[in-house]
Design a protein around this ligand. Sequence first.
Ligand code: URA
Length: 273
Amino acid sequence: MGTDLTYAQLVAALDWQIELGADEAICDAPIDRYGLEGPAPKADAWTKRDAPVPAGTHDNLAAVPAGTEPADLPDPVTEARQTAMAAPDLEALRAALSAYQHCELRKGARNLVFADGRPEARLMIIGEAPGAEEDRVGKPFVGRAGQLLDRMFAAIGMRRDAPDVQTAIYITNILPWRPPQNRDPKPEEVAMMRPFVERHVDLVDPDLLILMGNHACQALLGKRGITRLRGTWTEALGRPALPMFHPAYLLRNPVMKREAWSDLLDVHARLSG
Ligand code: URA
């Protein structure tokens, strides 16, 4: 870093690196890797060297019996399915996700965002992926969209921390790590995370699911087009599921809150009926 940068520029550069996911200073002085002799280090070299890797993953080849060819190892989706299915409870599922090495998003995220609310709740809400605020705090739906979500459910008497399971909600996302710059989830990321979402729903065992927005619908119904899908009960993972407008969409299109209100009344009626 040149000495001619001002204090404010240095702070801005540091903020930018933190935003990109840097959370540790490795050396006192920077290394110009482009100036080094020899082949450039692979982009994921640090992960292989420093990150703790659970036994049995592709990255931990020492744990694989000698003579095992990479083709014999399970692919990332199969491994996700095996590890998710083996989780006997939510804590184990969180630990399995945290140990799962194949999703690149984990490298750029500050926190694993697993869930919030009461696991005993009858209603489980599934969103898309954490944003910046969720990534920082480690909980789903805590930014502006999350605050709107809380107000929406409060309007029908439901809260994340309600003591009564009838009025409690439980919230998770399809992806547990923030995609860089909040870009859309990639199909291969969704494919890897879907087994964890399926197990999550099995373990929570809610009566009803809410699919918040297009990405949750795409992942669990194989369909998008939320304007057409919203408001009509369908089935996802063997349970009644209602697609709804995502609160981030409602922040941009407040006129659609009328439809969201009608959906909330429908949810309330189902839970009371
Ligand atoms: N949007 C989502 O879909 N999930 C979050 O956790 C936050 C915003």
